[in-house]
Design a protein around this ligand. Structure first.
Ligand SMILES: Nc1ncnc2c1ncn2[C@@H]1O[C@H](COP(=O)(O)OP(=O)(O)OP(=O)(O)O)[C@@H](O)[C@H]1O
Length: 410
């Protein structure tokens, strides 16, 4: 039983009997693969991918597939789902192995191959032991080939976030192994990336051996996001979710692009906020707080990593936004405020040109929106700057930097 599922009773009154809010929080875990009837709007992608992998079910070679799509569009989920179904559907006597590698974690060739060998090896049946570390890349490849031949007719390997792998020859070696006579087992690779141009940048030799078909996943619309969440309503105790919670979480997640990961994160987080607050129900207000947290997290990452001068520039725009009814300000006005901040913090003051570049960089990162305004023939073109996110959230985040905190002290 998992910590958040509801146990029937607990003897010690120090601990609660069951969870007030969650009935099965595992359903809201990001890596969770829901049953087929909980997967929304991906029938076509599922069937296309199944066609590519069909060979494996009969013991022949599955095709290699490259899947593209923005974050949270179900690429990993659909890949894992189709792999599971291929394993279940395998013809009598055909053994299919499947493995999932997150290239953000295993980002070198050696790590990826040692992880693959370890995941695919069942030591009790092969008698092969795969040490976690300590072997050369070529030894890990040899171990991998041995384990595959000892157990499987076909193997499907998912390489998620392949663009983060620092050596693309993994693709070549995996797809050539059978042809090169290194193994009898056939191997298919599903490579997943958010970057549409990934294959263009891959080495030509790799490209020519990794003959692949491509699949594109579109973002979800708000209705699909809603359905995805309604299908996991039983993660919560009966009657705990108030009516607006799922539609509002879907609306927030649909704002940037239709990201199911974001939708589920907000929903789970709203439940946690409600629990922490001692509430009996998850309400719209908890969703808003969860969304603010998510925004803050994203911002914290962007702003924490920004140079001090960029923080001062953002603080200038933030101060104007917080203390005025307007939300967009001419660069000259932001610069004046920036000068005041730099003087107060005893920082160097950059030229207007450098300052403009900093704001442009922040616009590129999605923190600031810059708009050109035309003030007629005499006035010329001016730039207006607007914070994209809630100025209070930005302000709090910037003031987490101890150097910036001096701004609030007289
Ligand atoms: N069609 C769907 N039906 C139900 N749940 C979904 C669907 N698509 C995505 N999800 C859920 O949304 C979350 C994110 O999905 P997934 O990890 O598959 O996205 P992804 O496209 O691989 O994202 P990333 O590129 O960030 O890895 C998971 O919890 C997944 O279960």
């Amino acid at each position: 039983m998992t910590p958040d599922s509801s146990p029937s009773s607990v003897d010690d009154p120090l601990f609660e009997s069951g969870h007030r809010i969650f009935a099965n929080k595992d359903l809201l875990k990001i890596g969770h693969v829901p049953e087929a009837d909980r997967i929304v709007g991906r029938d076509e992608e599922i069937s296309k991918l199944a066609k590519r992998l069909n060979g494996a079910v009969h013991g022949y070679s599955p095709e290699n597939v490259m899947i593209y799509g923005k974050t949270g569009t179900g690429k990993s989920l659909v890949s894992k789902h189709v792999c599971q179904r291929a394993q279940n559907a395998a013809q009598d006597g055909v053994e299919i192995g499947t493995a999932y590698i997150d290239c953000a974690e295993d980002n070198t060739e050696t790590q990826a191959i040692s992880s693959l060998a370890a995941k695919l090896n069942d030591e009790s049946s092969t008698g092969i032991s795969v040490p976690h570390t300590g072997l050369s890349t070529s030894k890990y490849y040899k171990l991998l080939w041995k384990t595959l031949d000892a157990q499987f007719d076909s193997v499907i390997i998912i390489l998620d976030e392949i663009d983060l792998m620092n050596d693309d020859s993994v693709l070549m070696k995996l797809s050539r192994a059978e042809e090169a006579g290194k193994i009898d087992c056939s191997v298919g690779v599903i490579a997943i990336s958010n970057k549409i141009q990934y294959v263009d940048n891959v080495n030509e030799r790799v490209k020519s051996s990794f003959q692949h078909k491509e699949l594109f996943f579109k973002p979800y619309d708000a209705n699909q996001l809603r359905e995805i969440m309604f299908n996991r309503e039983d993660a919560f105790q009966d009657g705990v979710l108030s009516e607006d919670v799922i539609p509002l979480s879907a609306a927030f997640a649909a704002q940037e692009h239709g990201d199911a990961r974001k939708a589920i994160d907000i929903l789970r987080h709203a439940g946690e906020v409600a629990y922490e607050a001692g509430a009996e129900q998850v309400t719209e207000e908890h969703v808003r707080q969860a969304q603010q947290h998510a925004e803050k997290d994203r911002f914290r990452e962007l702003v924490n990593g920004a140079p001090t001068q960029a923080k001062a520039a953002l603080l200038a725009l933030t101060e104007l936004s917080v203390n005025s009814n307007d939300d967009a300000f001419l660069t000259s006005r932001v610069y004046d405020q920036y000068e005041r901040i730099c003087n107060h913090l005893d920082m160097d003051i950059l030229s207007v040109r450098r300052f403009r570049d900093i704001l442009k960089e922040q616009a590129f990162l999605g923190v600031v929106e810059i708009e050109k305004i035309n003030k007629g023939s005499a006035g010329g073109i001016h730039l207006q700057n607007r914070l994209i996110e809630d100025p209070q959230v930005v302000r709090e985040t910037i003031l987490e930097d101890s150097r910036m905190q001096d701004w609030t002290r007289e």
